[in-house]
Design a protein around this ligand. Structure first.
Ligand SMILES: Cc1cc2nc3c(=O)[nH]c(=O)nc-3n(C[C@H](O)[C@H](O)[C@H](O)COP(=O)(O)O)c2cc1C
Length: 317
């Protein structure tokens, strides 16, 4: 088994099947370009920007910083998702990562234009629907992941092999993966690549404030909680802080009241950029327990690849 060359490296034209998760506020040009320059697939999270034209600027910046392939993540539920996709295409983006919505909405049109499309799902049913919609690859995201998770709450270890059995297109595992061990495990489960969010959030090229990075580094194995289960049924994984625990308490008491404002409490730009972690919850995955240092993206890749090579030679000897 070749651990590092898969249908994903071929599909995206990249060296390693390691993908930056599209992360609101975090997956900006510098981080996306650093991941692409290190041989993975960088992603610009279009959901970050209130002004659509700022997405255009961010894509242009990314193009200046890397000549390698990168993708733009468009959450489909966003009212302006069509416009965001249009801007990405106008700027020559060749890979679109869709999430949070039906892949039927844009896939056929994007495929006609020669764009590579991959879509994030969290259950076998949605994987089958995404394949039927014509996407080129799927990200199977487990409940370990930071940010918005699925009500199905399936962990990667059981989600990935079932999705791999259910579809023919390549599957990328996401959630709880932060090093070469997680990568090799995901490959053995049948995934042909991994997507990481939390690991890259704590990197030199990440725009997250030092206080946010420190918080993630100090977060251990049980340091995240799920908000939203009672209020909306749609969980959001965040760091366990005084603020997030207070939101959780309010949610238990007044689920109807919290439901409508939960997103604004977990999606405050100032928390990520100014480090005002008392002003909102910080989205982050359970893999925070594996993130111990703020490293450059290149260092993350170097360690990761050497771990994969060592482990794969141990197991395949
Ligand atoms: C701060 C943060 C913001 C995120 N924003 C988005 C987003 O805008 N779109 C999306 O598809 N996924 C989003 N995600 C999920 C990531 O793309 C990725 O799938 C996830 O972080 C993988 O799990 P990990 O954090 O354990 O590596 C976000 C995750 C985090 C931590």
């Amino acid at each position: 088994m070749d651990f590092l060359k898969t249908r994903i490296t071929e599909l995206f034209g990249i060296e390693y099947p390691i993908i930056l998760g599209g992360m609101l506020f975090v997956s900006r040009a510098e981080l996306a370009a650093a991941v692409s320059n290190a041989g993975g697939l960088g992603v610009v999270a279009a959901g970050t920007f209130l002004e659509e034209e700022d997405v255009r600027e961010e894509i242009r910046k990314t193009l200046e910083l890397t000549a390698n392939p990168f993708a733009v993540n468009v959450p489909i539920f966003k009212p302006n998702s069509e416009r965001l996709i249009k801007i990405a295409l106008e700027e020559g983006v060749k890979i679109i990562a869709t999430s949070a919505g039906s892949p039927r909405k844009y896939t056929a049109e994007l495929k006609e234009k020669g764009v590579v499309v991959y879509h994030v799902i969290a259950s076998v049913t949605h994987a089958i629907k995404a394949e039927a919609a014509g996407v080129d690859a799927i990200v199977a995201e487990g409940i370990e992941a930071g940010g918005h998770d699925s009500p199905d709450q399936i962990p990667v270890s059981v989600l990935v092999p079932q999705v791999v059995d259910a579809v023919k297109i390549p599957v990328i595992a996401a959630g709880g993966i932060a090093d070469g061990r997680g990568y090799v495990a995901a490959r053995v489960l049948g995934a042909e690549g991994v997507q990481m969010g939390t690991r890259f959030m704590v990197s030199k090229e990440s725009p997250a404030h030092e206080k946010v990075k420190k918080l993630v580094i100090e977060t251990g194995d049980s340091g995240t909680i799920l908000l939203g289960l009672k209020a909306t049924g749609h969980p959001i994984r965040v760091v366990r802080t005084e603020v997030s625990l207070a939101i959780k308490e309010e949610e238990e008491k007044y689920p109807e009241k919290i439901g409508g404002i939960l997103n604004s409490m977990t999606e405050a730009a100032e928390v990520y950029y100014s480090g005002n972690i008392e002003r909102g919850a910080v989205m982050c995955g359970q893999s925070a327990g594996l993130v111990k240092e703020d490293l450059s993206v290149q260092q993350i890749f170097d360690r990761f690849i050497s771990e994969v090579k060592e482990l794969s030679s141990d197991y395949c000897a």
